[in-house]
Design a protein around this ligand. Structure first.
Ligand code: GUN
Ligand code: ZN
Length: 441
């Protein structure tokens, strides 16, 4: 017999896009909702009083009366291998890569080390309510195996790939164009669409790939139209100047990727801090997406991504949010959204809390082309959920009591929230994290 479970409590989910309508009207709020789950998927969602009578007696109902039940959050740009060097002092992008990132990434030749970090990383993601992420591994194919094995065990939907890097990197972190192609191709056969795992062809960024490597990445991408592509773009001024020198025949940084056939739906470009009008137009035309990483951009001093310009209605670009661990110092997307609010304010724009939460849930899913399975609470979606507790901390409790409206409460959650604000996380219909669970012995 198929086992049903259910979750009851206040629910928030998106029924429209809060950037193209009044933000709060895009949100569906059920003060006492019921989500019925069967075989990992949501089979019904409505008010408790409407659905309660349909539950069979043996349905186990988990009740979160003072929380806000939401779709799990989606981190569209993060590096799992950088977890051990997060919060490293004092440098901007290129020096930071050489000084801190490359030495730690070299350690992933050891699959035991990779497995141990992958396990900690996924457990941390659950603790902060992130149920799907687009993840850089390292140049070592075993770093990808280690990551997907852990994700499969947990039942999460993850996008990941082996880094392609055939120049301008230490000897022990370089592949060759052909090796990168062959290893990626083998990993695609092994992991893409295996359960909930999805593969991204992952050239690190233009400076660390030859033209030949990018060209081969483009031809591999062409072999299947549901593959992802994941790279960095226009993050830092010195990086941009370097790309100009390395690719004199290309009209722009974005054109380096465009020329290689890498721009299309499901292509993820991290940062794009210094994108201009032409870049946004081309992103719009090709359907690729930008991962906005405000915490990382501030941490490395990269600049301020003009979110509202990217979202201009006549040539709107798909945008999600990313923590970009380890350049970003915080794994919690609530903290990333709080940074996003401050960056938007600095540019004279205001990121409404409903818009912020949409970017981290339904908007992220849509940007990735995964809106048919994750990012919102409705029948047919996977039951990937995070349970927000706006009153988790003493300050959160005080502020929740003074909240004048749902919008005000959500804003306080975004501005004050972090890992402590996640009471529980569910993946594929299973509770995988409970904040108040007693520690296992
Ligand atoms: N550009 C190329 N590699 C990286 C990386 O690991 N992190 C960030 N933030 N930018 C990059
Ligand atoms: Zn990155």
């Amino acid at each position: 017999m198929i086992k049903r479970t259910a979750i009851r409590g206040p629910v928030i989910t998106f029924q429209a896009d809060p950037f193209s309508t009044d933000p709060m009207s895009a949100l569906r709020y059920e003060a006492d909702g019921l989500i019925v789950i069967e075989d990992g998927r949501i089979v019904a969602f409505d008010a408790w009083e409407i659905l309660a009578g349909t539950l069979s007696e043996d349905t186990e109902v988990t009740h979160y009366p003072d929380m806000l039940i939401s779709a799990g959050m989606i981190d569209t740009h993060i590096h799992y291998p950088q977890l051990p060097m997060v919060a490293s002092y004092g440098e901007q992008l290129l020096e930071w890569l050489n000084r801190y990132v490359f030495p730690v990434e070299a350690r992933y030749a050891d699959i035991g080390f990779a497995r141990s970090v992958a396990r900690s990383f996924l457990s941390e993601l659950m603790r902060v309510g992130t149920t799907t992420a687009a993840v850089f591994c390292t140049v070592h194919p075993q770093s990808v195996d280690a990551f997907f094995e852990e994700s499969e065990r947990l039942g999460t939907c993850m996008i990941a790939g082996k880094v392609l890097m055939d120049r301008n990197a230490p000897d022990n972190l370089r592949d060759t164009a052909q090796q990168g192609y062959d290893e990626s191709s083998t990993l695609i056969d092994r992991w893409h669409n295996k359960g909930r795992q999805l593969y991204a062809i992952t050239p690190r960024f233009a400076p660390t790939s030859t033209e030949r490597q990018l060209e081969l990445a483009g031809s591999l991408l062409k072999t299947r139209d549901d593959l992802f592509m994941h790279t960095h773009l226009l993050e830092n001024r010195a990086e941009i100047e370097w790309v100009r020198e390395l690719f004199p025949a290309r009209s722009s940084y974005l054109d380096v990727y465009d020329h290689a056939g890498l721009l299309r739906p499901r292509a993820i470009l991290a940062h794009a801090v210094h994108a201009d009008e032409q870049d946004f137009q081309r992103c719009h035309d090709t359907g690729c997406m930008i991962a906005h990483c405000p915490g990382s951009n501030q941490f490395l001093g990269s600049g301020s991504f003009p979110l509202f310009n990217a979202l201009k209605a006549d040539r709107r670009v798909r945008v999600g949010v990313g923590s970009d661990i380890g350049a970003g110092p915080a794994l919690s997307l609530l903290q990333v959204l709080s940074d996003g609010y401050k960056v938007a304010q600095g540019l004279g724009t205001s990121l409404h809390p409903a818009q912020a939460l949409w970017l981290a849930t339904a908007g992220g899913a849509e940007a990735l082309g995964l809106e048919d399975r994750i990012g919102s609470i409705r029948s047919g979606m996977h039951a990937d959920l995070c349970i927000f507790d706006p009153a988790a901390t003493p300050l959160g409790r005080i502020r929740s009591q003074t909240a004048e409206s749902l919008s005000d409460l959500l804003f306080a959650l975004v501005m004050l929230g972090d890992d402590r604000s996640i009471a529980a996380t569910w993946v594929n219909g299973r509770c995988v994290h409970r904040r108040d669970a007693s520690p296992s012995v």
